[in-house]
Design a protein around this ligand. Structure first.
Ligand code: DC
Length: 212
């Protein structure tokens, strides 16, 4: 079974998707981490990030992988922490916008999500990567709350810069940020993580035949 969790930055996707996967005993796939890893590698190698064809080739040559502990690897490097750097936050929408990059990522995401039960988190999972997902959720939250959550993860950045970064990312991600027609939209602004996880778990349980 595939559970697709989409939505903008700071809506709570990662926290919720991880907790849900743990609760259900599903594996977890963070597709944003894949775009981030490629961005990190592109920066590392000095590849101009506006060159989609070169980045597409790079993506194909260096597939992103994850270990059981959720660490992220590309080109033999553990980039789990490096991909959360502010320079990656700022540049990843540029990389993720290239069709050449998305083609490779989509293929790899389908491959990684094809075995067993999995919670997949991203922007276009319910619409493009796994349109047949049994459960689709689209998380949203108030922009101020989303900025506040990001602030907790990036204490080194000022609140104003962070709100601006989030707004710019929303604008760049906008083309891909739409809920699937059959997704359940959950506004996490006033909900606890536990509350959101419980709601999605209900949706999942409703899809699991009683004998499982
Ligand atoms: O969820 P995140 O902040 O780690 O995502 C990083 C970037 O990758 C973000 O700018 C949106 C993009 N992304 C995407 O275009 N498609 C996905 N399936 C996942 C992330």
């Amino acid at each position: 079974m595939i559970v697709a969790i989409d939505g903008p930055a700071g809506a709570g996707k990662s926290t919720v998707a991880r907790a849900l996967a743990e609760r259900l005993g599903f594996s977890y796939l963070d597709t944003g981490a894949m775009y981030r890893s490629l961005t990190w590698l592109g920066l590392q190698r000095g590849i101009p990030l506006d060159e989609g064809d070169r980045l597409g080739v790079l993506a194909r040559e260096f597939p992103v992988s994850f270990d059981d502990a959720g660490r992220v690897f590309i080109d033999g490097s553990d980039v789990t922490s490096a991909i959360r750097q502010v320079r990656v936050d700022r540049m990843v929408p540029v990389v993720a916008a290239h069709a050449e990059v998305r083609d490779v990522m989509r293929e790899r995401q389908r491959e990684l999500g094809s075995e067993g039960d999995v919670v997949i988190e991203g922007r276009d999972i319910g619409t493009v990567v796994a349109p047949g997902a049994e459960v689709k959720v689209y998380l949203v939250a108030d922009p101020a709350i989303r900025a506040g959550r990001r602030q907790a993860e990036r204490p080194e950045i000022g609140a104003d810069a962070l709100a601006t970064d989030l707004k710019l990312r929303d604008e760049s991600d906008a083309a891909r940020m739409r809920p699937a027609a059959d997704a359940e939209e959950i506004d996490t602004t006033h909900l606890t993580i536990e509350g959101v996880v419980a709601r999605i778990e209900e949706l999942v349980r409703a899809c699991i035949p009683a004998e499982r």
